[in-house]
Design a protein around this ligand. Structure first.
Ligand SMILES: [Zn+2]
Ligand SMILES: [Zn+2]
Length: 392
């Protein structure tokens, strides 16, 4: 039996070198040309069949085991964020206002190393591993574009895996939920139309600022009054724009924000209340509201039997890890949801914070950085899980 933790440790320097290089040269969604170039070059060198330019900068590679069997897809995301890095790390971003502040540099390095290890052990595999390196995870629709470009065909995966380095938890934590993992996200834009006029004569106009304020407050009653407190739901109004001058009541006010839920029934209830409140309050205040509501991503939901098997393998290969099976890990969202709507699978959270070393800033923070020990955990876990599901 191969000790995949030992294999990951032997390649720790390789993984770190890749990660620090990606970190120093971050690229925004659909512009990951340098990153994708390195990914394709490494995979080709290992001896995999590599397809580039899938949805602009995506890369898909196939590894055939020694015997036929199921197709397992493993996905990593490659994009960075429009943030000015403030870590001061020796490998800090060399591009101003672009930063790997979510750990996708780590995900890409982890999956490349896992591909290298699995290729070296391909005689132990019955089936095919499909490595999917995806662009533009950060709210830009990279996963959907990959699916449109055929990433789930030829061959069609039977199951799907992905992980996220997780700075909300310390090293050693392994979150492997058996059900919902990340929330589904909707984004909304509300325009409240009133009738502008002089600030000193509000009775001659219809004030959309007051109506918008009532709507913002009332939307907060959905999560607190309409949804079971044991279920997750968030309604956040994040921008409010209207007016130009202190003495002019504006024509309209615009609100934007996001809704997060795990459960389809909870989601339906939230959306129903959302519309009643927005249209009803606008009307009550004499205004009219327009609502644009779009789904950004569905919820990421693990399939129980797959997750339980991943937990078992995790306990074997990483005996020191603390496997946490709880659901509803975060109200954050992930576009892995689109792959997992098509293919059943498991999404894993790998604890990566180290408070003593000052590596515990949250995701998307300008000082975000993680403990690279977590890379080794990720490599060992993905390799062992792939080998476990495709056991020859
Ligand atoms: Zn992110
Ligand atoms: Zn992320």
């Amino acid at each position: 039996m191969t000790d995949y933790l030992e294999e990951a440790r032997k390649l720790a320097e390789y993984t770190s070198r890749l990660r620090q290089d990606f970190h120093a040269h971050p690229e925004l969604g659909f512009r990951e040309t340098r990153t994708a170039g390195i990914v394709a070059q490494e995979l080709t060198e290992f001896g995999l069949e590599v397809h580039t330019g899938v949805a602009e900068t995506g890369v898909v590679a196939l590894l055939e085991g020694s015997q036929p069997g199921p197709v397992l897809m493993i996905r990593a995301d490659m994009d960075a964020l429009p943030i000015q890095e403030e870590t001061g790390a020796p490998y800090a971003s060399q591009t101003s206002n672009v930063m790997h502040a979510c750990g996708h540099d780590g995900h890409t390095a982890i999956l490349l190393t896992a591909a290298r290890i699995l290729h070296a052990h391909r005689k132990d595999l019955a089936g095919t591993v499909k490595f999917v390196f995806q662009p533009a995870e950060e709210g830009m629709g990279g996963a959907e574009r990959m699916i449109e470009a055929g990433a789930l065909e030829n061959p069609r995966p039977d199951l799907a895996l992905a992980l996220h380095l997780w700075n909300d938890k310390p090293l050693g934590f392994l979150g492997i939920p058996t059900g919902p993992a990340l929330a589904g996200a909707e984004i909304f834009k509300i325009t409240v139309h009133g009738k502008g006029g002089h600030g000193a004569a509000p009775h001659l106009g219809i004030d959309p600022v007051l109506a918008a304020s009532e709507i913002v407050s009332a939307l907060q009653s959905i999560a607190s009054r309409n949804i079971d407190p044991q279920q997750g739901a968030v309604v956040s109004v994040c921008t409010i724009h209207g007016g130009e001058a202190f003495n002019v009541i504006p024509q309209s006010v615009e609100l934007t924000g996001t809704i997060r839920t795990f459960d389809p029934l909870v989601r339906a209830k939230v959306l129903e209340r959302f519309e009643v409140i927005v249209y009803g309050l606008a009307e009550t205040m004499g205004c009219r509201a327009d609502v644009e509501l779009n789904t950004l991503t569905p919820a990421v939901v693990n399939r129980e039997d797959i997750a339980v098997r991943v937990q078992e393998i995790a306990r074997q290969v990483l005996p020191d890890a603390r496997v946490d099976a709880r659901n509803n890990v975060t109200m954050g969202s992930e576009d892995m949801a689109f792959f997992m709507e098509e293919v059943p699978g498991c999404f894993i959270f790998v604890g990566s914070a180290n408070k003593e070393a000052g590596l515990d800033a949250g995701h998307h923070h300008p000082r975000f950085d993680f403990d690279e020990k977590a890379l080794e955990t990720g490599v060992a876990l993905l390799s062992a899980v792939a080998a476990g599901f495709l056991k020859a």
